[in-house]
Design a protein around this ligand. Structure first.
Ligand SMILES: *Cc1c(COP(=O)(O)O)cnc(C)c1O
Length: 425
């Protein structure tokens, strides 16, 4: 049955058989028992499917990964211990030393560092491009050794909405997949595969968990990218893996090639699995995701309009605002809403911003976004503090930017809190 998204949030991934637990059980076991060595050997050879060690597969994690794959409309998914691990694994599954990535410059600070600094140390280079670049400007960023294009559907914290088709076309023209981090809109508001993205990643820490209980990540494969049409570019997927008894992921696993390799090779060797406990919490969050996204967006639409009309506020960025440069792009890719995150500046610059932040009562200062409780952050002094001013500007962040993550409380209470804190700024 192809259910609608709200139904998938509740029901996908786990269907108990007669007499089994109604709620997804937490399989808190590192290992699994077999009657013969031969049966276990077949599992190791990937000849049979089954569980043998939780670093590679766990029934709780698999059910939650299957739910996320269903939400995105993908063929397979894998959970990771964090969003950072998800983005690293997704890219490292495609690239090795000597390769190159084209990445949007408007991305999460941790990912910018991962791609620009840490992966560079591994011999993987990157060219950062403005997400609003023209097709010609994008074109100029590619090299013969480019192996992936990376961007965020709504960038954190600059809130630029990606023209997914433009990026997908550029990637496909060069025979490489488009990897997009879909953390902010979630599949409830945007399903990038419908617009040509090939791989989707998530920090499930944010809206998917939704309650700020567990750090986690996910990678989803659309199954659409034809690895065998680009064997020269992706030998890791299209030639035998000597570290895995000569398995050929593309030939042996077809549409599941990408996730099978990510599991059998990258997760096997690097080991950033999500704990089954955290996957259980994530699943509870996912059950109400569609419901919560509606409230996050309705609140943020009301509050962004209120902020935009307030003389104490110097600027407001929210993709759903009519004067947002991304208004049309957002309408195309996210017709039902974008996300609950707003960024804005307080008149009086950095000092006024600090006084404003310190005067809030309901909204808490936390290094987080996208959970049920309204919270605020000043990226220039926290998440993005490793960047110099030039890099900040390239990421679309000004020194006075306040990132406001609107929760699911009553919008009027949030507005009253912002109002009294602005009075003190
Ligand atoms: C938070 C975040 C990440 C990193 O995820 P963690 O779960 O904190 O490791 C990656 N991308 C985006 C868009 C994020 O918001």
């Amino acid at each position: 049955m192809d259910y609608k998204i709200a139904t998938k949030c509740v029901q996908a991934g786990y269907t108990p058989k007669n007499g089994e637990p109604r709620i997804l059980p937490i399989v808190q076991s590192t290992t699994y028992k077999y009657d013969s060595s031969e049966e276990m050997g077949d599992l190791f050879d990937l000849k049979a499917s089954g569980y043998f060690y939780t670093r590679l597969q766990n029934p709780t994690n698999d059910a939650v990964a299957a739910k996320i794959a269903a939400l995105e409309g993908g063929v397979a998914a894998m959970l990771t211990s964090s969003g950072q691990a998800a983005n690293f694994y997704a890219l490292f599954n495609l690239c090795s030393a000597g390769d190159h990535i084209v990445a949007s410059s408007a991305i999460y600070g941790g990912t910018f560092n991962l791609i620009g600094v840490t992966m560079k140390k591994m011999g993987i280079e990157a060219t950062f491009v403005d997400p609003r670049a023209t097709a010609e400007e994008l074109e100029a960023a590619f090299r013969p050794n480019t192996r992936a294009v990376f961007a965020e559907t709504i960038s954190n914290p600059s809130l630029v909405v990606l023209d997914i088709e433009k990026f997908a076309n550029a990637a496909h023209k060069h025979g490489v997949p488009l990897v997009v981090d879909n953390t902010f809109p979630t599949p409830v508001n945007c399903r990038p595969f419908e617009f040509g993205a090939d791989i989707v990643t998530h920090s499930t820490t944010k809206y998917m968990d939704g309650h700020a209980t567990a750090v986690g990540g996910a990678i989803v494969d659309s199954g659409n990218f034809d690895w065998l049409a680009h064997t020269d570019k992706f030998p890791g997927l299209t030639t035998p893996d000597e570290s895995y008894h000569g398995v050929n992921y593309a030939k042996d696993f077809g549409k599941a090639a990408f996730i099978t390799k990510a599991t059998a090779q990258i997760m096997r060797d690097l080991g950033s699995i999500q704990s089954p406990q955290n996957a259980f919490l994530l699943n509870l969050g996912l059950e109400t995701l569609a419901l919560r996204m509606k409230q996050h967006c309705a609140n943020a639409e009301k509050i962004s309009a209120w902020l935009a009309n307030d003389p104490r506020v110097s600027w407001v960025s929210y993709p759903a605002l009519p004067d947002s440069p991304d208004h049309e792009v957002a309408k195309k890719y996210m017709p039902n809403g974008t996300c609950g995150v707003i960024s804005f500046g307080v008149k009086g610059g950095r000092e006024a911003a600090t006084r404003f932040m310190d005067s809030l009562r309901l909204a808490a200062i936390v290094t987080h976004v996208a959970d049920a409780r309204t919270c605020v952050l000043h990226p220039a002094s926290t998440t993005h503090r490793q960047m110099n001013d030039e890099q900040l500007v390239a990421c679309g962040i000004s020194a006075d930017l306040i990132r406001l993550s609107i929760g699911i409380e009553d919008a009027d209470d949030i507005i009253a809190d912002l109002d009294q804190a602005l009075a003190k700024a």
